[in-house]
Design a protein around this ligand. Sequence first.
Ligand code: ADP
Ligand code: MG
Length: 698
Amino acid sequence: MSCNLADDFGSMVFGDRVMRKRIPKDVYKALKKTVKEGKTLDPSIADVVANAMKDWAVENGAAHYTHWFQPMTGITAEKHDGFISPTEDGGVILEFSGKELIKGEPDASSFPSGGLRATFEARGYTAWDPTSYAFIKENTLCIPTAFCSYSGEALDKKTPLLRSMEALSKQAARVLRALGDNHIKRVYATAGPEQEYFLVSKELYDKRRDLVYAGRTLFGAKPPKGQEMEDHYFGAIKPRVIEFMHDLDVELWKLGILAKTEHNEVAPAQHEMAPIFSTVNIAADHNQLTMEIMKKVADRHGLVCLLHEKPFAGVNGSGKHNNWSIATDRGENLLEPGENPRENARFLLFLVAVIKAVDEYQDLLRVSVASAGNDHRLGANEAPPAIVSIFLGDEITAALESVENGEPADKISVKSLESGVKTLPSFRKDNTDRNRTSPFAFTGNKFEFRMLGSAFSISGPNFVLNTIVAESLSQFADKLEKADDKQGEVWNIIRKTAVQHKRIIFNGNNYAQDWVTEAEKRGLLNLRTTPDAMPHFVKEKNIDLFVNHGILTKTEVLSRFEIIMENYCKTINIEAQTMLEIVNRQIIPAVSAYSGVLAEAAAKRQKVAPEASIALEKEIITKLSALSECLYKNMETLENALIGAKELPEDITKHAEYYRDAVFLAMQELRAVADEIELRVGGEYWPLPSYGELLFNV
Ligand code: ADP
Ligand code: MG
């Protein structure tokens, strides 16, 4: 596919370039002002914008529009409506009104609502989010929207994210104003999510019901070769994959998505795409689109894109590194070390705000990345542990220590931070374990939150991050607004915060067993699994936080808790059912057929040559019989575990714990036996494409 980048970039986006051309200047200005200042939209301009949008969309081949939203399923949803409207003379005209642009009414009753449906009306509505541009996807005009219940409860991932951006902006602006910045209007959270994924052959994928139903392999003996040679990471990309990546970039660029870096990852068949960062709302929309388009483009190339956190046991899983920072409306990065003491004080103030937030709300950050899929990665020495800590690097750590030791401010900022700036390149090139093992690393001018699973919507982790930092900043602002000596107070806050939250800083190897012990001594949380983590979401201090900043009501928090826990149980249930189906309908028949073939061959041979040995066949058949018996027993255990799940009390936490402790355990035991059997059954009799084929045959 050819691509004229300059012309094609953003060609499917109703962005500023198109708007300036197609809507009157005053309307455009009013719209931009609304977006910039975070105000609500004047309905009078909506009609003009809607009409221009429709004309542009129709010229670009669209006949339908959809309110594109992000329900709690974690993927996006759309319901298409035609632009057509009947005329009196029996014809049609193409129409799209401001009302239709601003508000839609999809039926909300079949989306996860975590109990909200019982208490509130089933109907929901979608509301245009003018901060994210409309775009055309598959001949349909897509309008990014937030999705709420009729009583205003958030039913999606975008609403709390937008609310959290407001909260962060408000509190950060208060701090900046207290520091004498009288021009600040808004502050933006920015994000650049690095997306990992696997590509496997579609033909092989279709033969694996576990990949089809669960997105990950539930069986599979280790191949002779995995990732131990470290020959895949940044290695030469295979031609078929290059074609996929090229095609993907072209599609993403058309949608104005700044796909920038494509490379191979650690595991065979694993790859990564990193975009250039944008404001978190747009980054979240773009990441959802990216995941969707990755799957579609892969299909065109006879490939399947696996976004699951752990598609294969024994090789690395996939994560999503969420690079995050805060910028002013003038484009200054507030986490960029400054060039003079004044800017450095500001930098350190925002830095300690993040440190304080991460320490005080470790539990919420862990909650924000909790899922059945991600539990396979966290703490498995391929991804950060489940313990949240911050990597600052030696220079910044030293700078904070100098502040703690009471060194005069001007001295600190010049001496330590100058060298801090100089070492930025080495931070970036730092590929040692030390840096890569940290769940939350300062990487020179942003933080990289590395605990996200590859399949996640980044909205959850970012609304938590924005909110907890808004809380730190609001406490700082309270103090600064009251202080007479502002500069003195700034250093005071930096010093006190650095001392108080020191325990969360860890520059060492997060994979080491010593760290688990050390973290426990420091009083840090180690929430290993989703059922361990989730109850923290509904703790009073956390509900208060969300309520105080207007991010989520208590009911919304409780409903999200239900949804995530239910999703955890359902995921494991599907996986267990899939395993039973594969064992019963594929593995047992395969073992039986293969044993039969061996027995027949041995019997025939004996007939022809009674003196020939049949020890080998005997040995294999005996071994397979023993393993099959074991397989059968483990299958029964799993079946019983699933029956047991039906008899549990109502409590969702109990359910989740049961799925983890009884069902998941039984699944692992069943798999262990099946994988052993796989290695003893003739290749052509084994019904599932092997790990070797899946990982190396792209
Ligand atoms: P590295 O490769 O060391 O992780 P990069 O500079 O390549 O560092 O950045 C990785 C990701 O971080 C990219 O997606 C990039 O756009 C994003 N990023 C860079 N600066 C910021 C920022 N200020 N806010 C959010 N994300 C950022
Ligand atoms: Mg990175």
